[in-house]
Design a protein around this ligand. Sequence first.
Ligand code: OFO
Length: 169
Amino acid sequence: MINEKLQNAFNDQINKELYSEYLYLAMKTYFLEQNLMGFVNWFDCQVQEEHAHALGMYDYLNERGGTIELMAIDKPVVEGKTPLEIFEQVLKHEEYVTSRINALYDVAEETRDRAAMKFLDWYLKEQVEEEASVGGVLATLKLIGDDKKALLLLDKDLATRTFVAPVIG
Ligand code: OFO
């Protein structure tokens, strides 16, 4: 049986993952409106990944005999008005999520739940990959500046991303 404090921390993180899904769905909408379909594809994959992250924790909490509590998801706020500004927000958001996973790990450590720590290793690794991949797109957008042709080339590149359902844990 999972410790109650840890159970609550997992429920909180499930909500954060679902918010991430919602935020990326809102960002996808921005790119749909810009007709940048490669970016749309990139965010579509991102939406599916966040959904999988939330469900991974949902299933784990259930497996551990915890009580799942679904909370309200905040309205997503897209702060940026350009692809560059949006990716700056994505990176900031992923860094925030990394800090929350670290905090969740701290609770697992505090409650001496080694199984949960092991489970969370996957998420820590995933955050490293997410920050690196977002950072890569952001660096390219900085290079592109106002060059529309180069932006279309990046769009073409982002159209090749495919979603592969992660095997979590
Ligand atoms: Fe769930 O990894 Fe992004 O936020």
